[in-house]
Design a protein around this ligand. Structure first.
Ligand code: SF4
Ligand code: F3S
Length: 104
């Protein structure tokens, strides 16, 4: 499956939900996650994310995010339609420590 990583937090551009053929994105307040059992590994979302926050689960060192996507996808609501990104999304792109400060 593909996985949403830390840099989605507070950027939340939502371009990814528009292209997913199986609608497997789930929405928290500040980030999205992918449901690992629903993702069909098509890979089309990865290049669509302006924050480069989506990678395949074969990527090194992302165990925390694999776990977090699987867990949150069970309680967060499904999202299939893109909305306007936050006005400060650009300012948060690439900022370190977002998980600690803003994960929700
Ligand atoms: Fe959806 Fe394909 Fe991305 Fe999986 S890899 S989340 S199926 S767009
Ligand atoms: Fe997040 Fe990128 Fe989607 S910032 S909401 S994973 S387009």
């Amino acid at each position: 499956a593909y996985v949403v990583l830390e840099n989605c937090i507070k950027c939340k551009y939502m371009d990814c939900v528009e292209v997913c053929p199986v609608d497997c994105f789930y929405e928290g307040e500040n980030m999205l996650v992918i449901h690992p059992d629903e993702c069909i590994d098509c890979g089309v979302c990865e290049p669509e994310c302006p924050a480069e926050a989506i990678k395949p689960d074969t990527e090194q060192g992302i165990e925390q995010w694999i776990q977090l996507n699987a867990e949150m996808a069970q309680s967060w609501p499904n999202i299939t339609v893109k909305r306007e990104a936050a006005p400060d999304a650009k300012a948060f792109d690439g900022r370190p420590g977002k998980f600690k400060e803003f994960f929700s």
